[in-house]
Design a protein around this ligand. Structure first.
Ligand code: HAM
Length: 419
């Protein structure tokens, strides 16, 4: 038997309502902040991500689905959207069209990580990127939007964490301070962290090794070494979040796993999903456009994992889904009126109702069972003496009330159903 690839999942019809409910919410919230949707290809040139996300990151060094196509070009399935959106921004000279470009996306992503609860190899993100402004209000907006979406889903067990990574100059100075602190501990660090000491020292804060964590407890913090302009920007972000009623914690150890960040970084973390707890992450990347060959432009964005959010909703039993039950089931009483039943159904389907009927000439009992199982609000009985009188019977399932209508007067049947 051929099965779905390890770490990928079918989204089955019985689950789709959760997805469309979340996607509609995303479109509404992003729309209200005037973000426009962008869709980029599923694969890009490998060097876009290598340059954009950073060679030393886990994503680029271990997790990308990279292969040579038949023309021997190295291509990669997108592991995230930011680099792709920035590529598109530069390619289409969006900065010439308007000063600030606000875009959102809902898209599959691909990372060859070890699958576990809330971690897949093909997963889905919704997110946003804003290019062309370094206003701290935009930083706050990037936290408010996912916060509003996540709380609208009824999730309660969440924490918003924010930090600032400042600008490269202060960060480089700080890296030396951190190096001086860690040098005497080097032999006690895990192998992974010893590697990161050379390649990506800030990520040692993310180490899960107990001893590494103990050593990092007393490490000097970047936030204590920020330049004044960065601190001022961060204060502006915090004030705007307070005004918006967003509770947050400052987490000076929040460094994030992608290299492009400057200034604000943030995550929304859930206490309901186990170890893969980040529902959403993002931050400012004021140098990325230039790094990818564009005219310098500040940027900021976030991305949230849909599977993880839905897992949290399941664990907190928080979702209230819209009703997708049938409006109407048309019953073929004599089991010989398939064409008429199909024609009547079409009339009401074209009126926008969700309508079903039997396709297998099953017994009336089986048809009624089906109508009940699908929670139909109404049934129409076609057949018997009524049909000989050119009538059909409309039954309201909740009350059991029945009413006959002339078959040529379907409009009044429709109006009765609409109430
Ligand atoms: P990220 O932190 O790599 O950031 O991913 C964002 C979110 O995607 C995570 O918080 C998580 O919910 C979800 N996610 C990541 N990997 C997986 C996986 N293997 N399985 C399931 N869910 C996953 C970014 O991708 C940045 N592009 C965010 C950003 C946008 N920064 C600026 N703009």
């Amino acid at each position: 038997m051929i099965k779905a690839i390890y770490g990928t999942k079918d989204i089955l019809p019985e689950d789709i309502l959760k997805w469309t409910h979340l996607e509609n919410l995303v479109r509404n919230v992003m729309g209200s902040f005037n973000y426009k949707e962008i869709r980029t290809p599923v694969f890009e040139e490998t060097r876009l991500f290598a340059r954009g996300i950073g060679e030393a990151t886990d994503i680029v060094s271990k997790e990308m689905y990279t292969f040579n196509d038949r023309s021997d070009n190295s291509v990669t399935l997108k592991p995230e959207m930011t680099a792709a959106v920035v590529r598109s921004f530069i390619e289409h000279k969006m900065d010439k069209k308007q000063m600030l470009n606000k875009m959102f996306y809902i898209s599959p992503m691909f990372r060859q990580e070890r699958p576990q609860a809330g971690r897949l190899r093909q997963f889905h993100q919704f997110g946003a990127e804003a290019l062309g402004s370094d206003s701290p209000q935009l930083d706050a907006e990037m936290i408010i939007m996912p916060y509003d979406i996540i709380t609208s889903l009824g999730l309660k067990n969440i924490v918003v964490k924010i930090n600032s990574l400042g600008v490269p100059e202060s960060r480089e100075n700080y890296k030396n301070v951190l190096k001086d602190y860690l040098a005497p501990h080097l032999n006690d660090l895990s192998e992974e962290s010893r590697k990161r000491f050379e390649t990506n020292i800030l990520r040692i804060f993310d180490s899960k090794a107990e001893n590494d964590q103990k050593i990092m407890e007393d490490a000097p913090l970047l936030i204590e070494h920020l330049d004044n302009a960065s601190l001022e920007h961060f204060e502006g972000v915090k004030r705007t979040l307070l005004e918006a009623g967003i509770p947050f914690e400052i987490d000076p150890k929040l460094v994030r796993g992608l290299d492009y960040y400057t200034h604000t970084t943030f995550e929304i973390v859930s206490g309901s999903v186990g170890s893969q707890s980040a529902l959403c992450g993002g931050g400012r990347y004021n140098l990325l456009v230039e790094q990818l060959g564009g005219k310098p432009a500040p940027g900021i964005g976030f991305a949230a994992g849909i599977e993880r959010i839905l897992l949290a909703c399941e664990n907190e039993e928080s979702l209230k889904l819209p009703d997708d039950s049938l409006d109407l089931f048309v019953v073929d009483i004599n089991r010989d009126n398939a064409e008429l039943v199909s024609k009547l159904s079409l009339f009401f389907r074209r009126k926008g109702l969700t309508v079903e009927h039997d396709y297998a000439a099953r017994s009336v009992k089986a048809q009624m069972r089906e109508a009940n199982r699908s929670n139909a609000k109404f049934t129409i009985m076609v057949g018997g003496d009524e049909l000989e009188r050119n009538e059909i019977v409309l039954k309201t399932m909740e009350t059991g009330d029945q009413k006959s209508f002339n078959i040529d007067n379907l409009q009044s049947v429709f109006e009765t159903m609409r109430g």
